[in-house]
Design a protein around this ligand. Structure first.
Ligand SMILES: Nc1ncnc2c1ncn2[C@@H]1O[C@H](COP(=O)(O)OP(=O)(O)OP(=O)(O)O)[C@@H](O)[C@H]1O
Ligand SMILES: [Mg+2]
Length: 262
């Protein structure tokens, strides 16, 4: 067991009940996330990635096993953990600015300060000019970026990101990836980033964990590519392609997405 683990996932199982039948979503998953690291999790649809994040965030409990964060049992949500869920949760009756500043409002930060910070982050995620737009007026990618700004404003120590950039076009995606790396670099924050996109995982992560069915870890690889990184330049490196080929083989060998419910 490493000493600098922030999050420890110990033999976690999670069962869901569907029409009176038990469904094992995660089976005995054990994983340690080092403090300050950027860990990417990839795996086929239905393998339990979001379920795992929900448990790390303290939104649902493991059926058995346990998760600790900074040495204490996760038994509910925490203020210093930011979670960008797979589905957006912007409040429809608040515009972008009011959504983004909300975490600071809850903390009773004075209006001028929270508006300034919200505007800065809206700029960072490329939404300047959309401050007064309501969620229904945003594209999927814009809503995603507004959610990200709302998460960042709370300045969490641990960021759980569930496919944050999958709704973005390739160009914007690369910009946001670089922006995230820039914000994370030297911050000491820990990031757990779920994606379907292996290239994205390698370009961003210190480590890529490939999950198979029921969250079984089929590959866990340290990514030794240099930092700071530019996600466009790093993809052109020969080492990048070697890592990608290895991980792709692991993913393909275990690619068994769960069948759609009948
Ligand atoms: N609240 C729930 N009730 C019942 N079953 C659930 C629930 N949440 C998840 N599941 C089931 O648990 C399994 C894992 O789901 P999960 O959402 O964690 O997968 P995922 O890896 O995030 O998939 P995707 O890549 O499609 O987002 C699936 O079989 C899913 O149907
Ligand atoms: Mg998911």
């Amino acid at each position: 067991m490493s000493t600098n683990a922030l999050v420890r996932i110990e033999a976690v199982r999670r069962v869901f009940f569907r029409r009176d039948t038990e469904q094992l979503a995660l089976d005995a998953v054990s994983l340690e996330i080092a403090s300050g690291s950027f860990v990417c999790i990839v795996g086929p649809s239905g393998c339990g990635k979001s379920t795992l994040l929900n448990m790390i965030a303290g939104l649902i409990a493991p059926t058995s096993g346990r998760i600790t964060n900074a040495g204490t049992l996760v038994d509910g949500p925490r203020l210093n953990v930011g979670y960008l869920t797979q589905k957006d949760t912007l409040l429809p009756w608040r515009d972008v600015l009011r959504n983004v500043e909300m975490p600071l409002e809850i903390r009773k930060v004075p209006t001028a300060e929270r508006v300034r910070k919200a505007r800065d982050l809206i700029e960072v995620v490329g939404l300047r000019g959309r401050e007064r737009a309501y969620p229904r007026e945003l594209s999927g990618g814009m809503a995603r970026r507004a959610s990200l700004a709302r998460l960042l404003i709370a300045d969490p120590d641990l960021l759980l990101l569930d496919e944050p950039f999958s709704a973005l076009d390739a160009q914007l995606r690369q910009e946001m990836q670089n922006e995230l790396l820039r914000l994370w670099g030297g911050s000491g924050k820990t990031v757990i980033f779920v994606t379907h996109d292996l290239e994205e995982a390698i370009a961003l992560g210190d480590r890529v964990v490939v999950l198979g069915e029921r969250g079984r870890i089929v590959r866990d690889e340290q990514i030794g590519l240099e930092r700071p990184r530019d996600v466009v330049a790093i993809r052109r490196r020969p080492e990048f392609h070697a890592i990608e080929a290895r991980l792709w083989d692991a993913l393909a060998a275990h690619y068994r997405p769960e069948p759609a419910p009948s």
